[in-house]
Design a protein around this ligand. Structure first.
Ligand SMILES: Nc1nc2c(c(=O)[nH]1)N[C@H]1C(S)=C(S)[C@@H](COP(=O)(O)O)O[C@H]1N2
Ligand SMILES: [Mo]
Length: 198
């Protein structure tokens, strides 16, 4: 179990200001932002299914996920509604571990949640230690309102990409928009470039 400091840690200067992307304000609480009701998902009912272009469905149950290897991550998160929370402690399984077991030539993924939420991501933003299925935050199992038992964590992009109650992803050949992206949010959402809306 290694401690990974994401890229944001390296950018942090002596003042908070240096670590905030443009247009962001630091918060010390942790706001809940959910479109719709909070689904109740048990660890025993939870599984993650990754579908590829040839119809293969790779599926990991709760224990199978954790058996892939859990990492500690310290990272900042940035919501498009202008709040950032700095230096959060997370625990989760890197998507690199899941993709080690997957063959795909498609470059994009549609991430799916219990409750129907979707968000699109390029594979490039999911690999190389940039994305996790998170199961804990700040030393505790993820609460239901924050996406427990498991959510995506892609902290280098705006936080709407970090799908709560994540249940799987489908590989796709083009960057088709997910829920917020169909409603005007940017297709990629890099906070350092202020890719908020389009
Ligand atoms: N399933 C699901 N995931 C979601 C959302 C949602 O409404 N449903 N909201 C997104 C948005 S807009 C943000 S800012 C973050 C908020 O996560 P938090 O409530 O844990 O702060 O979750 C993202 N993931
Ligand atoms: Mo958000």
């Amino acid at each position: 179990m290694g401690v990974i400091n994401s890229g944001f840690g390296g950018r942090r200067g002596s003042s908070d200001h240096a670590s905030l992307p443009p247009g962001q304000t630091r918060v010390d609480d942790w706001p809940v932002l959910t479109a719709g009701p909070t689904p109740g998902v048990d660890e025993s009912d939870w599984s993650f299914t990754l579908r590829t272009e040839d119809g293969t469905a790779h599926r990991w149950g709760w224990n199978e996920l954790l058996d892939l290897g859990v990492e500690d991550i310290v990272t900042d998160i940035h919501c498009v509604t202008h709040w950032s929370k700095l230096s959060m402690a997370w625990r989760g399984v890197s998507l690199d571990r899941l993709f080690e077991e997957v063959e795909t030539s498609h470059d994009y993924a549609m991430v799916r949640s219990f409750g129907g939420y979707t968000t699109n991501l390029p594979l490039e933003d999911l690999l190389d230690g940039q994305a996790w299925i998170a199961t804990e935050a700040e030393g505790l199992p993820l609460s239901a309102e924050h996406g427990g038992p498991a959510r995506l964590l892609v902290p280098h992009l705006y936080f709407w990409k970090s799908a709560k109650w994540v249940r799987g992803m489908d590989m796709m050949p083009s960057d088709d928009p997910g829920f917020w992206e169909q409603n005007g949010y940017h297709l990629r959402g890099d906070p350092w470039r202020e890719e908020r809306y389009q």
